[in-house]
Design a protein around this ligand. Structure first.
Ligand code: ZN
Length: 145
């Protein structure tokens, strides 16, 4: 990512009231600017006297380095989303309970002993919940009356 200036970074931070666009956690001092449409970096291999190292090089998609493609994210969300599209990440998150059920005896014990209740709920990102609810149409309003 091209380095954001302080004003642009503050614009991104304020997009959802200082909260992570994905989980809604309040952003701490250290937070990330996520690319909604991912932008990868080429790896640069560097040979030094201490051995071979790598560092992040130029972006593969400079067209995605724009304010309209940025979201404020807490580090855990940004790291978990990594280079996935939003819908691919949503799908991964939606499989979390199945993955835990398959792979974690501790999780299964917690469910079996009533320490955890699993909800069947769709993955809805915080920024999607921030959209103002639409007013009911005339037909919906009459059904509710
Ligand atoms: Zn988050």
């Amino acid at each position: 990512m091209a380095r954001l200036n302080k004003a642009d970074r503050e614009t991104v931070r304020a997009m959802f009231g200082g909260r992570c666009a994905y989980c809604g956690a309040e952003l701490a001092e250290r937070w990330h600017v996520d690319h909604v449409e991912p932008s990868l970096r080429k790896l640069e291999i560097i040979k030094t006297d201490r051995g071979t190292q790598w560092r992040a090089g130029a972006t593969t998609r400079p067209d995605r380095d724009v304010l309209t493609n940025y979201m404020p994210a807490c580090p855990p969300c940004n790291i978990d989303k990594h280079a996935m599209s939003l819908e691919n990440w949503r799908g991964k998150l939606a499989r979390t309970i199945q993955v835990l059920t398959n792979n974690s005896p501790t999780f299964r014990h917690a469910v079996r002993f009533g320490m955890l209740h699993v909800l069947e709920a769709p993955v809805v990102f915080y920024f999607e919940r921030c959209v103002a609810p639409r007013a009911p149409s005339k037909d919906e309003a009459s059904v509710q009356a």
